[in-house]
Design a protein around this ligand. Structure first.
Ligand SMILES: [Zn+2]
Ligand SMILES: [Zn+2]
Ligand SMILES: [Zn+2]
Ligand SMILES: [Zn+2]
Length: 200
């Protein structure tokens, strides 16, 4: 059985990202004719779209500043304190003042089920050795399982909660009876699940 890390867990380790994007505030905001949609968001979107259009026209869509305006900053994430998993990244590109924050628990101890007796739940947690936080996550234990009682198709399914693995891997796993002589003098055998017949 393979233990695979669920999307939930990945999200936990990775992307709790808050961004303060000082650069965005400096964007030219499009002065649209209608103030009815002048929310902060739509003004920002108008500004970005106008900027993208300009950049594409001038052929500058690959320069670094453009990537920053789209939120793809560059730089090294560093921990902000010794006993915390908060990280900070100051964008290193010229003229960009973006500072981003995220939380990344990279020193997780052994993961354990929250309720080991509950054979239908895959919720568990692991203590982070760096910050001491109890980090919750869902982890499944996938194995092959039959889709139905009278067919031999198997899919990857969690042995506890029956969650189906995101991959579409399938296989056929017949359960053959012993070889028997058939009417034409050869040997054949039947699958006791689906009734398929195989000749030797
Ligand atoms: Zn940047
Ligand atoms: Zn941590
Ligand atoms: Zn599960
Ligand atoms: Zn079968």
């Amino acid at each position: 059985m393979l233990r695979s890390i669920s999307p939930t867990r990945r999200a936990f380790q990775g992307d709790v990202t808050q961004q303060t994007n000082a650069n965005r505030d400096n964007l030219p905001i499009a002065r649209g004719p209608s103030p009815s949609c002048a929310t902060v968001t739509s003004a920002l979107e108008h500004g970005l779209l106008a900027l993208i259009a300009t950049r594409i026209k001038t052929g500058k869509e690959t320069d670094m500043g453009f990537r920053c305006t789209m939120g793809f900053h560059s730089g090294t994430w560093i921990y902000t304190a010794g006993n915390s998993c908060g990280q900070q990244r100051n964008c290193e590109r010229d003229d960009c003042t973006d500072v981003s924050y995220r939380t990344r628990h990279e020193a997780l101890g052994p993961w354990e089920l929250d309720n080991p007796r509950d054979r239908t739940s895959c919720e568990g947690s692991a203590v982070c050795r760096r910050c001491g936080e109890d980090v919750s996550s869902v982890e499944h234990e996938y194995d092959w399982a039959y889709v139905s009682d009278d067919h031999c198709e198997q899919v990857r399914m969690c042995v506890r909660c029956s969650d189906k693995e995101t991959s579409d891997k399938t296989r056929i796993q017949h359960v053959w009876q012993d070889w028997q002589f058939n009417q034409s003098g050869g040997k054949s055998r039947l699958c006791r699940r689906c009734g398929d017949e195989q000749d030797k």
